[in-house]
Design a protein around this ligand. Structure first.
Ligand SMILES: O=C(CO)COP(=O)(O)O
Length: 124
């Protein structure tokens, strides 16, 4: 599967812990990420990861384009709902495209745990 990883700054530690914990699963898939998230995940886990631009510089839109081209199968997007983002329209657009193309997308740790469980079991 092609899996995208994205985290806002205050959620990056949570995502890093999550990916580390499930490294055995993530290592079996092709990973993509926005710039800083991808760098941090690679530094922490040494997993190979294709990095797009940083979110505020267009990375969310690049991932959205991949979704529109049906080139992504699942997205883990650890959003920070309590901090205003300068690129909020891009965040909304990415989530909207996920809904348009019915891509499984976890936007918080609770849903992420369910999604990784399903991926681990090859349930979709
Ligand atoms: O801003 C982001 C998602 O909206 C994430 O971007 P970075 O991974 O570059 O921090």
């Amino acid at each position: 599967m092609k899996i995208a990883l994205i985290a806002h700054d205050k959620k990056k530690e949570e995502l890093l812990d999550f990916v580390s914990k499930h490294k055995d699963v993530f290592s079996q898939h092709e990973l993509f990420a926005t710039g800083t998230t991808g760098l941090r995940v690679n530094e922490r886990t040494e997993l190979p990861i294709h990095r797009f631009k940083s979110g505020p510089l267009g990375g969310d839109q690049e991932i959205g384009a991949r979704i529109a081209n049906q080139e992504l199968d699942a997205v883990f997007f650890f959003r920070d709902p309590l901090t205003a983002q300068p690129h909020e329209p891009d965040v909304s657009a990415l989530i909207r495209l996920g809904d348009v193309y019915r891509i499984p997308m976890a936007t918080n740790i609770g849903m992420a745990q369910i999604l990784i469980h399903a991926i681990r079991r090859n349930e979709f």
